[in-house]
Design a protein around this ligand. Structure first.
Ligand code: ATP
Length: 286
């Protein structure tokens, strides 16, 4: 195979709970992960020039060894003695540093793409074992769909598809460091934890209201006070007819769940005018 194209889907967290800080500095999490319909395109091509050459349409994304796509390609090429030169073109659509696991998803798609292109024959489980070395969200991005993620995010349980709905994504033009958010998170008796178990039941019963009513993200307690625009966007969405709205991951992307097509179309219009520098998408759960 001379080239391959793989879609790298973005994710939102329908639920994100932090149970405790661990000795090793990581946090034990309990998250409901959900793929959404916007994706980056990853095209991998054999080229004459040896080495791994990354290209990306977004300037702020590094194209050197620090790119997770580079790391994914290198990991498999080293392990399976692949000596071909590769050019990997990342066509980004998923907002960068947004809480939507864009980099992790690109990384996952690269592992999947190289495995296929070179007929390596690794199973999904074997790819996930390699993915976790590159990032806690990478195994989930390989799996996709609706899943419960525990541990640091790598312990995955596949769930039935969440009840379908439309999703409005708004990424305001601010950068939020994931390190800042976890570094300033305090988990104590006052922490308001989302009810992940109720949401698991809701998903099992295909009960949209139970899911929509119970979305929650413990990281909002850090990100929102630092960036109040996030709660403003959440409120805007509710006023514009969202069934509920929440920050994804460590932010700053806000998502709104909608069942009414007219409402989401109108919300898209209104928020595009109010936040002209935001990245805004209408999509769905996939
Ligand atoms: P998460 O939801 O996992 O916290 P995120 O949406 O917050 O992810 P990313 O979009 O993955 O964040 O980007 C975080 C940083 O990672 C970027 O600022 C960028 O420098 C770096 N990075 C490395 N590889 C990539 C990639 N392929 N795409 C985007 N960013 C990348």
């Amino acid at each position: 195979m001379q080239k391959i194209y793989v879609k790298a889907y973005g994710k939102i967290n329908l639920g994100l709970d932090v149970l405790r800080k661990r000795e090793d500095g990581y946090h034990d999490l309990r998250m409901i992960m959900q793929t959404v319909g916007i994706y980056d395109g990853i095209e991998i091509r054999r080229v004459k020039k040896s080495g791994i050459h990354i290209k990306c349409n977004v300037k702020s994304v590094p194209t050197d060894e620090s790119n997770l796509v580079y790391k994914a390609a290198k990991l498999l090429m080293d392990e399976f003695n692949i000596i071909d030169g590769l050019e990997i073109n990342i066509e980004k659509v998923i907002p960068v540093a947004a809480g939507m696991a864009g980099g992790s998803s690109d990384c996952a798609a690269t592992l999947v793409g190289i495995n296929r292109m070179f007929n390596i024959g690794l199973s999904e489980t074997q790819l996930r074992e390699r993915g976790v070395k590159l990032g806690a969200d990478v195994p989930y991005c390989i799996m996709g769909g609706t899943a419960l993620a525990e541990g640091i995010g790598e312990k995955l349980t596949k769930l039935s598809d969440a009840p379908s709905c439309k999703v409005l994504l708004v990424k305001p033009p601010i950068d939020v460091s994931t390190g800042f958010v976890y570094g300033n998170l305090k988990i104590d008796e006052n922490t308001k934890h989302p009810d992940i178990d109720v949401m698991l039941k809701g998903i099992e019963n295909n009960d949209y209201k139970a899911v929509s009513d119970n979305i929650g993200n413990v990281l909002e307690s850090v990100t929102i006070p630092a960036y109040p625009i996030i709660s403003e966007i959440k409120e805007d969405m509710l006023e514009l007819g969202a069934d509920n709205s929440l920050m994804s991951g460590s932010g700053p992307t806000v998502f709104g769940l909608f069942t009414d097509e007219d409402n989401i179309a109108q919300a898209y219009k209104v928020l595009s005018i109010k936040y002209p520098d935001a990245q805004i998408y209408v999509t769905e759960l996939v």
